[in-house]
Design a protein around this ligand. Structure first.
Ligand SMILES: NC(=O)c1ccc[n+]([C@@H]2O[C@H](COP(=O)([O-])OP(=O)(O)OC[C@H]3O[C@@H](n4cnc5c(N)ncnc54)[C@H](O)[C@@H]3O)[C@@H](O)[C@H]2O)c1
Length: 254
């Protein structure tokens, strides 16, 4: 990699937000990822959803040609490569990557099998590595890119209880964002992470009684996280990189 490498295209002047960008949102079939996809599409981006499960409902607003679902397991190198190739064949290179796909489990450490540990790391951390590595060459050549990794407050604190594998994976993905930030800023690429907590999705079903521990007095909604992604993915956030942004209603103030 040499920073004298010829750039693929000249960036048009006067861009705003994410308009006319191509984005990939992993795990965008439901929950937070779905909300992110909807916000980016509504703001004029073309959005490809990479998910291991086919979404039950179409992304809203239904922008037809501006959304694309690609079945993809982010832990599988060939699956990630094939999914990127599909997007590139339809829209060209990917400008914005949101590494959102994740899984969560409450398991006491002594009862965590190696298989369970490895799967937690594979989806939450290795998947973000594989997708970022596949995304970066195009971003570097064009001199512009945005990578946003979905961390968690558990990646800062280790989690409330019994989620060592998840917390460790999320600490890893937040550090991955910082590592990309430092290495790729010279090519106009920013990389940031979010550290949400207690967002009302399928992932936290059953632990909703924690709402009374949140200073703002409610659980977070997927849209709360999507608005943070919208900002970090946009043109105007080009001077913010290597940052971990909390989206937690004051649950963890650090
Ligand atoms: N909900 C919360 O309170 C919370 C808090 C902090 C961080 N997060 C993180 O936010 C992200 C989204 O969480 P959510 O609450 O929307 O969860 P969710 O379970 O509703 O959605 C996760 C999505 O990821 C997809 N996915 C899982 N494994 C995959 C794989 N191998 N390849 C591709 N896609 C895969 C699922 O099919 C699903 O669509 C996750 O990374 C999660 O760890 C959530």
């Amino acid at each position: 990699m040499a920073n004298t490498e010829t750039q693929e295209q000249q960036e048009p002047a006067g861009r705003r937000g994410v308009a006319d960008r191509t984005a990939v949102v992993t795990g965008g079939g439901r929950g937070i990822g779905r909300a992110i996809a909807e916000v980016l599409v509504a703001d004029g981006a073309r959005v490809a959803i990479f998910d291991i499960e086919v979404p039950k409902e179409p992304v809203r607003p239904d922008q037809g040609a501006n959304t694309l679902f690609v079945e993809c397991d982010v832990t599988d190198e060939q699956s990630v490569d094939a999914a990127y190739s599909r997007v590139e064949s339809v829209w060209g290179g990917v400008d914005i990557l949101v590494n959102n796909a994740g899984i969560f489990a409450l398991e006491p450490l002594e009862e965590t099998s190696l298989e369970s540990w490895n799967r937690m790391i594979a989806v939450n951390l290795t998947g973000s590595f594989l997708c970022s590595r596949r995304a970066l060459p195009h971003m570097r050549r064009q001199g512009w890119g945005r990578i946003i990794c979905m961390g968690s407050s558990a990646g800062k604190t280790g989690g409330a209880k019994d989620c060592a594998a998840y917390g460790a994976a999320k600490a890893g993905v937040m550090t991955l964002a910082k590592a990309i930030a430092g290495s790729y800023a010279q090519w106009g690429i920013t990389a940031n992470a979010l550290a949400p907590a207690l967002i009302e999705t399928d992932m936290v079903a059953g632990i909703a009684d924690l709402a009374d521990q949140i200073p703002v007095g409610r659980l977070g909604q997927p849209a709360d996280v999507a608005q943070a992604v919208r900002f970090l993915a946009g043109e105007e956030a080009g001077y913010i990189t290597g940052e971990v942004m909390d989206v937690n209603g004051g649950f963890l103030i650090d």
